[in-house]
Ligand binder design. Structure first.
Ligand SMILES: Cc1cc2nc3c(=O)[nH]c(=O)nc-3n(C[C@H](O)[C@H](O)[C@H](O)COP(=O)(O)OP(=O)(O)OC[C@H]3O[C@@H](n4cnc5c(N)ncnc54)[C@H](O)[C@@H]3O)c2cc1C
Length: 512
């Protein structure tokens, strides 16, 4: 099966979806190339692990000083920071990148997840080090609702929101009230509360916007969002922190792509794809990591292990976790989160980078080539838009069914075409990239309490991944924590004291 066909449901749309016809099979042509249709991530072995299937655990036939489990941005950056050390990276997919993974259409690059970082954050610093200069987004976010476009939701554009005067007044009151809250001083209390408590006094349109913004950014609708995260993010937007956003086409997949390019020529034999780890078992002076690659099951003995998988997976792989820690890992909630990319062969929209569309099948959409659109000589053939389509946890199962995925992608297209009259254009291709559990949800307690318990290192096992950080799922946190993980591993390998304290400092550093 070719790589492309495994990674997205690819199909061509014919006819006009806005014409009122049924949207799925009648209008969506059969996938090109025939054969079985596709999935985003591969979950069969992981689901077997989850369901308690016991895999054979052969004796170790390989050794490595450091085994890295998971080849997303956390695992790749750990490999990068380990440089010449003796490491082995195991990734279950046939490609690296995890949730920050870029794709392309006839040479034009777009993202399948992770959208942007911030100037000077750990991801941006790493990007610079490997030769990527991420340009600023340089525009606040527009909103499109009620058939109207308004630039800049929270600052200069607040008077132009596509709502009545009363609703705009309510937005302003919300803005002023939120700015009065000292969220740093009250972090512990706010992190026990739901954001809905703070949204309740205002017009329903305010909640409607956060019910797009929250799921898109931290996987949780308002009711499941920690008030700490909601209020901190409101202040961040009001103070214009979003002016620091940086990115290239591909979203943060541009960083993982470049990391692979930097690592592969030197360390290709240490980077195993299609290698699903099924057990991580601490022994006396080493850790035995067992992985399945095709039909073959192999065990490697490591002096230290960096777990760069999400905790819902990690909790099922690592033996000997203290009960409290295992419970904390299992308590983490993850949003099902497909991404739909729609490719037009004519210019359809270039009026804003990240465009909020509350109340639709998708929450927002991004112009893939936004930060390079004005580069001299840049003449793109296609206008590629990336639609963020987070789902409720109860909808996760629909991602297992290909027809349901197609229907969902069709609804995204239909909703987009209905937003503004000029959007009623047929694309040349629609792609859906499905992921069942990619984004940890910023629920009450997760940031100040739960992750601290879940991420405590064991003697020879460090728990990385962006879900060790926060306050929401951030690529920069995955990188920052991997940097700490490598320092931790260096102490463990050298038999020096202080590894646990170092890891704890890294977890605490991000706290408000
Ligand atoms: C739709 C979406 C939008 C986002 N937008 C942003 C954004 O704008 N800015 C931002 O900073 N962040 C964003 N994020 C979050 C960001 O993408 C993640 O925080 C980051 O990519 C996580 O990287 P990671 O390496 O920690 O974890 P992952 O990407 O989850 O990597 C873990 C890797 O482990 C592999 N794996 C799993 N199980 C096994 C196993 N048993 N054996 C071997 N390998 C295994 C997986 O295949 C995966 O490659 C977004 C996320 C999503 C889903």
């Amino acid at each position: 099966m070719s790589h492309n066909r495994r990674d997205f449901i690819k199909y061509v749309v014919v006819g006009s979806i806005a014409s009122g016809c049924p949207i799925n099979h009648a209008l969506l042509a059969e996938p090109t190339g025939g054969g079985p249709l596709v999935e985003g991530e591969h979950f069969s072995v992981c689901h077997q692990v989850r369901d308690g299937h016991s895999f054979p655990r052969p004796d170790a036939t390989k050794k490595a000083d450091v085994v890295i489990v998971g080849g997303g941005v956390a695992g790749l950056s750990a490999a990068y920071f380990l440089k010449g050390k003796d490491w082995l990276l195991l990734e279950k997919e046939d490609h690296f990148g995890g949730n920050a993974y870029q794709e392309e259409y006839e040479g034009q690059i777009f993202g399948t997840g992770s959208a942007y970082g911030y100037r000077g954050d750990a991801g941006d610093q790493l990007a610079k080090e490997i030769g990527l200069d991420l340009p600023l987004v340089n525009m606040p976010d527009p909103i499109i609702d009620n058939g109207r476009y308004a630039p800049d939701i929270w600052r200069t554009g607040i008077n132009e929101l596509p709502y009545s005067k009363d609703v705009i007044a309510s937005f302003k009151k919300f803005r002023d009230d939120m700015m009065k809250i000292d969220f740093k001083k009250n972090a512990a209390q706010l992190d026990t509360e739901s954001f809905t408590k703070y949204l309740a006094p205002y017009a329903p349109e305010v909640t409607k916007l956060w019910d797009a913004y929250g799921p898109s950014n931290w996987g949780a609708f308002s009711e499941d969002t920690s008030a700490l995260i909601g209020i901190a993010d409101t202040q961040y937007l009001l103070m214009g922190e979003d002016d620091k956003r940086v990115i290239l086409p591909g979203g943060l997949g541009c960083i993982t792509h470049k990391l692979v390019e930097a690592l592969k020529p030197h360390y290709g034999e240490r980077m195993l794809g299609d290698a699903t780890v099924v057990a991580v078992v601490p022994d006396k002076d080493e850790v035995h990591v067992t992985y399945a690659q095709g039909d073959k099951i192999t065990t490697v003995a490591a002096k230290a292990v960096l777990m760069c998988t999400a905790k819902n997976i990690t909790s099922r792989l690592v033996a000997g976790l203290p009960n409290e820690q295992k419970r904390a890992m299992r308590k983490m909630r993850y949003a099902p989160y497909p991404i739909v990319n729609i490719i037009f062969d004519k210019p359809v929209y270039r009026k804003g980078y990240d465009n909020w569309c509350p109340g639709k099948t998708f929450t927002d959409f991004i112009v893939a080539d936004w930060t390079i659109r004005n580069n001299p000589g840049y003449k793109p053939k296609y206008n590629i838009l990336t639609f963020y389509t987070p789902l409720h946890e109860s909808q996760r199962a629909l991602l297992l069914n290909e027809d349901d995925c197609k229907t969902l992608a069709g609804k995204v297209l239909k909703d987009f075409q209905g937003l503004l009259p000029e959007f009623n254009v047929d694309p040349v291709e629609v792609r859906i990239y499905r992921r069942g559990h990619p984004m940890f949800m910023a629920v009450p307690g997760q940031y100040t309490q739960n992750r601290m318990i879940a991420s405590k290192p064991m003697e020879r096992i460090f728990f990385g991944n962006s879900d060790s950080g926060g306050p929401e799922s951030l690529t920069s946190e995955a990188v920052r924590i991997s940097q700490a993980g490598v320092e931790w591993a260096n102490l463990v390998l050298a038999g020096k004291p202080g590894a646990t304290e170092l890891a704890e400092r890294a977890l605490n550093l991000a706290l408000f």
